[in-house]
Design a protein. Structure first.
Length: 618
C-alpha cells in the first residue's frame, strides 16, 4: 500500500509541477485536454476491450488478462496526445497574466490534470491481472475480512475514486434517455474504481483468470426469493414474511454493497442462473468463483442512482459423481467455489441481497439493471422501449427461503439449464469389457502407448513434484529421444495429473479401430468437440491427445482449454499404418460412461457397468 500511495502522490505532484511552470493559460488548456481525453477513454473503453476479448484466442491468457486495463490506458494516452496536437495547432499564442495568478493558476490546473492522470493510471492498472502489477502496486482497497464482511481502504490521496466520481457525475448530467441513465457510466458502472480490485481477489499466490468473453458464459435466467408475498389464500395461520435473518441465513447484517453500507432494513434476494462453458476454466480445469467474481447493479425506480451489490451466496453442483447441487455462503475470507468433475459446462447461480426499504418511495425501490460476471455484462432490462422500467422477467418465484432450499435439494432450481442441454443422437452400441487387453477405452492416467518422458529434458511442460503432467500445450519430440528404463525413476514422466475428484481416461482413435476411429465422424458428418457423456448426462470434452508415428511424438494436455474439434489434433491418414492417436479426457470419479460423441452426434454408445476410478495425484 505504501508503494501505491507514493506512486499516486508522485504522479499528482510531477504533472502539477510541470504545468505550473508553464503558466496558467497553458496549464488550463492542458487540464481541458486531459478532461476530454478521460471522457473519450471511458466512452470507448468497453467497446474496445470487448472487441479485443472476442478477437483473442482463448489460450492467450496474457492478452485476456490485460485487455480491459490495457485498453483503458492506451485509449487515454492516445486521446491525450491527439487532442493535445489539435489544441496546439489551433491555439498558437499565450495569454499574459500577473505572475502570481500565472503560478497559482498553473499549479491548480496542473494538479487537476495530475489528479486525472494518476486516477486513470490506477483505475487502468486495477484492471490488469498480472503478477508483476500486483507485486508492484500492492493496492487492494476492496477485500473481505475473516467473517465475510466487505471492507475498504483507500489511498492517502484517493485519486482513483475521485476520478471515477468526477466522470460519473458528468455522465449523469449528459444526454439522458430512459431507465438506466441513458447508458451512462454512473448508471451502469457505479463501481468502476472498485471492479478491477474485486475481480483480482484470489487466494494467496493464486492468479485466477481476470476476464471472460461472451462466448465463455451464458445468462440462463432470473429468480427471486421473498420479493412477492405468499397470496393470502395460500397462507398458513403461522405465516410470516421472510425477515432479513431468514434471507441471509445468519444472525448478523451482511455487507452487500461495495461502499461498505449495511443492508439492515427490508430486503429480498435476486438470483441469476448462468452457465459457464469449458472455455471459462482455469488452467487446472475448473471454473473458480469467489465473492468478487460477480456484481449486480441495481437502479432505483426514480432513475437517479445505482448501487453495486456483491453476492451473498452461490449455488453449484456439489460433486461430480452426483447431480446434487448445494448453496454456499460467502461468509469467510478467501472462499472460492470450483466447478467439479471436469464437465464441459458448469451451471451456477449467484444470489444477491437487494434493499427494498419503502415501496412508496421510488428512490428506495431498486430494480436489477446489469449483472457482471468476470467482466462480461448481461443487460437485465426487458428491452421494451415502451416500458423501460421493466426488468427481465423472473422465471422462478420463491415466496420463502425454504421454498428456494427445496428447489436446491430437488435440483429443480437448475431446470432452466437442463432444458437447454443438447440431446445427443444415438451411436453404434459397443460393450466394454474391462479385461479386454485390446480395448480402445482405458481408465488409467498413464500416458498411452507406454510412452515415458525424461522430466529433466522437457521444456514448456508443467509437472507436479511427482512428475505428473499438469499442463502441456504442444510437446513435440522425435520418437528416438523418448526415455527408457535407463532414466532415473525420479525423472520419469509417465502420467497425467487426474485433478480433484476426476479420473483421466484415454480413447484410442487410431485408424484400424472401427467405430472408435477418428475417421468415423467423416462418414457421419459429425462436427464439434470429441465428447464423453456419462450416465448422469454430464458432458466432458477432450482436453488433450497423444499422437505417435514412426518419427514423432506429440502431446497436449490442457484441462483449461478443451479441443474444439478433431481438427485440433493431428490428422490420421487412411493411407498410413504407423500413426496412433489417443484422445485424453478428465471425467468425474465414480460415474459410468455411456457415450463417445463428436459434438451432439453419437459415435459409440458404451455398454459397461465399470465406474471411473479414483486416481492418485502425486
Amino acid at each position: 500500500m505504501m508503494v501505491s500511495n507514493l506512486i499516486a502522490i508522485l504522479l499528482l505532484v510531477l504533472v502539477g509541477y510541470v504545468w505550473s511552470a508553464r503558466g496558467f493559460f497553458s496549464s488550463l488548456l492542458n487540464l481541458l485536454v486531459t478532461l476530454a481525453a478521460g471522457a473519450v477513454a471511458f466512452a470507448l473503453w468497453e467497446t474496445v476491450a470487448m472487441a479485443i476479448v472476442k478477437g483473442v484466442a482463448s489460450d492467450n491468457r496474457f492478452l485476456l488478462d490485460i485487455a480491459w486495463g490495457g485498453s483503458l490506458i492506451t485509449i487515454f494516452v492516445v486521446a491525450l496526445a491527439a487532442i493535445s496536437l489539435i489544441v496546439n495547432a489551433v491555439v498558437r499564442a499565450n495569454i499574459k497574466v500577473p505572475k502570481g495568478v500565472d503560478w497559482i493558476g498553473g499549479a491548480v490546473c496542473g494538479l487537476g490534470a495530475g489528479l486525472i492522470v494518476s486516477g486513470m493510471t490506477f483505475i487502468g492498472t486495477s484492471q490488469l491481472r498480472t503478477a508483476e502489477i500486483d507485486n508492484l502496486m500492492q493496492y487492494q482497497p476492496v477485500d473481505y475480512d475473516n467473517n465475510g464482511y466487505l471492507v475498504r481502504s483507500q489511498l492517502w490521496v484517493p485519486v482513483d475514486t475521485w476520478t471515477a466520481g468526477l466522470y460519473s457525475f458528468w455522465s449523469e448530467r449528459s444526454m439522458r434517455e430512459t431507465f438506466g441513465g441513458g447508458k451512462t457510466m454512473a448508471a451502469w458502472r457505479p463501481h468502476v474504481a472498485d471492479e478491477g480490485h474485486l475481480l483480482r481477489i484470489a487466494e494467496t499466490d493464486v492468479l485466477l483468470r481476470y476476464s471472460l468473453s461472451e462466448k465463455d458464459i451464458d445468462f440462463v435466467g432470473r429468480y427471486t426469493v421473498g420479493l412477492e408475498q405468499l397470496p393470502a389464500s395460500k397462507r398458513p395461520k403461522d405465516y410470516k414474511p421472510p425477515t432479513l435473518k431468514d434471507l441471509v441465513g445468519v444472525d448478523r447484517k451482511p455487507v452487500a454493497m461495495t461502499d461498505g453500507t449495511m443492508i439492515d432494513g427490508q430486503a429480498y434476494v435476486e438470483g441469476f442462473l448462468v452457465n459457464f462453458h469449458s472455455t471459462a476454466k482455469e488452467k487446472g480445469g475448473q471454473v473458480a468463483i469467489g465473492a468478487g467474481s460477480a456484481t449486480l447493479v441495481v437502479r432505483n425506480q426514480s432513475d437517479t442512482k445505482s448501487l453495486a451489490l456483491q453476492p451473498i451466496a452461490v449455488v453449484s453442483q456439489a460433486k461430480g459423481s452426483s447431480r446434487e447441487i448445494g448453496r454456499w455462503r460467502f461468509d469467510t475470507r478467501n472462499f472460492f467455489v470450483g466447478s467439479v468433475g471436469g464437465q464441459s459446462d458448469a451451471p451456477m447461480a449467484f444470489e444477491f441481497l437487494v434493499p427494498n426499504n419503502n415501496a412508496n418511495d421510488p428512490d428506495q425501490v431498486w430494480r436489477p439493471l446489469a449483472l457482471y460476471v468476470r467482466g462480461v455484462r448481461f443487460d437485465l432490462t426487458a428491452g421494451n422501449p415502451e416500458a423501460p422500467n421493466e426488468t427481465v422477467k423472473s422465471a422462478l418465484t420463491f415466496w420463502t427461503p425454504e421454498d428456494r432450499d427445496d428447489a436446491v435439494d430437488s435440483r429443480s432450481l437448475f431446470e432452466l439449464v437442463e432444458a437447454n442441454r443438447p440431446e445427443n443422437t444415438k451411436g453404434s452400441n459397443i460393450k466394454i469389457d474391462k479385461n479386454d487387453p485390446n480395448r480402445a477405452l482405458r481408465m488409467v492416467n498413464r500416458i498411452p502407448d507406454n510412452i515415458t518422458l525424461n522430466g529433466g529434458e522437457l521444456s514448456g511442460v508443467e509437472l507436479t513434484k511427482g512428475q505428473q503432467i499438469i499442463n502441456c500445450l504442444d510437446l513435440r519430440l522425435q520418437a528416438k529421444f523418448l526415455a527408457g528404463n535407463d532414466v532415473d525413476r525420479s525423472l520419469r514422466v509417465e502420467e497425467f495429473q487426474p485433478g480433484p475428484g476426476t479420473a483421466v481416461i484415454s480413447i484410442n482413435v487410431s485408424r484400424d479401430l472401427g467405430k472408435w476411429s477418428a475417421t468415423e465422424p467423416e462418414s457421419t458428418g459429425a462436427v464439434g468437440s470429441p465428447t464423453i457423456v456419462d450416465s448422469l448426462g454430464q458432458r466432458y470434452e477432450a482436453i488433450g491427445y497423444v499422437y505417435r508415428d514412426r518419427n514423432e511424438v506429440r502431446i497436449r494436455f490442457t484441462p483449461g482449454q478443451p479441443l474444439a474439434g478433431l481438427g485440433d489434433a493431428p490428422a490420421i491418414s487412411r493411407s498410413r499404418d504407423d500413426q496412433k492417436l489417443f484422445l485424453i479426457f478428465r471425467i468425474a470419479s465414480g460415474v459410468k460412461l455411456k457415450q463417445y460423441s463428436i459434438g451432439t452426434t453419437g459415435i459409440v454408445d458404451i455398454q459397461s457397468d465399470e465406474e471411473t476410478p479414483t486416481q492418485t495425484n502425486k
